[in-house]
Write a protein of this length. Sequence first.
Length: 122
Amino acid sequence: MRGFFVHGRPERSRFAEPPVNVASAPITFGVNPTCLGFGTMPTVLRFLSYRVVIYPNDHTPCHVHVVGNGYEAVFELNCPDGPPVLKINHNFPRRTLGTIQSHLSADLAELCKQWSDIHGRY
């Protein structure tokens, strides 16, 4: 199995989520910690079939991890004014990255607030 390292740890099978009907998928906010075997990642936003997560003990600058369909990408938020910028991509198709960036831009204020709530700073 091809894998990559996330924060110094090998990738584990953490992408087993039920399929989401894109047409009816709600955009939701809220910190919902999910134990993944090696730590907690609060999900701060869901859209399409992706989760936007923030690691509680992560570093600055403020950024989010977008996870879904076996892929992961990291976007720096550039709070509070944006725009979100792609920093790391693990196999997301290019056109999908544009869609993700649009969703992150639309919800930038809430994502910056969530980062601040978790980390206490930008």
